[in-house]
Design a protein around this ligand. Sequence first.
Ligand code: G3P
Ligand code: MG
Length: 244
Amino acid sequence: MTLILAHRGSAGTHPENTMESFKAAEKAGADGIELDVHFSKDGEIVVIHDNTVDRTTDGTGYINQLTLAELKKLKANYHYKHFFNKASRIPTLREVFEWLSGNQLLCNIELKNSDQPHEGLEDKVIELIKEFNLVTRTFISSFNHYSLVYINNQYPEMETAPLYNDILYKPWEYAKTLGSIGIHPKYKVITNEMIETAIENGIAVRPYTINKEKDMKRFIQANCSAIITDYPEKAVKLRAKIKR
Ligand code: G3P
Ligand code: MG
């Protein structure tokens, strides 16, 4: 069965990468969530997509130039204030893991270490995964494939998958050269034939970000391991219809 992973939580309907968005994904029946992580200035792992807080909060500045205390003051539902009475905040990865401990959801952690090095992020994230006993429910992706090779060598127990957004030649072979057992392509750069061959080669295919029903249907019918979507509720309902 194709799993439904909620991109930045239920980001199509809730402020992305917030606890509200993750909880909405759980309520929608998603199998897991995808989230993005950076280091704050004081080395805390925070869950936010961009390098700056400008787009998603009422603040301004680079994440790695702001302390956790400064980041926590910001309203992360700035553009969605009609949704909530209380302002939602940028969560730490620890806070997300505390919540994950109370459910069975999968968690795809995307390391945002391609534009910014965030040296040591891999070790700190995996340390936290182990502290919460989440090795079997988490997998790590990144556009920084050197980072994934580092993880695959240092922590072979962790599952990783390269993110990519252009057409790769035989991506299943490329994944194997990294030591990964999955691929996370932008949905436009993977054909059904590629998906089929990747699966035959034991590589899990989890395309992103699939928001239209016709695309969801295509990738579910192609037997992808998962689809990553901003609309988990829509995807869960559609999957039920397809499987009937
Ligand atoms: O992990 C899938 C997707 O999140 C990758 O791109 O920019 O949305 O983090 P982005
Ligand atoms: Mg992401």
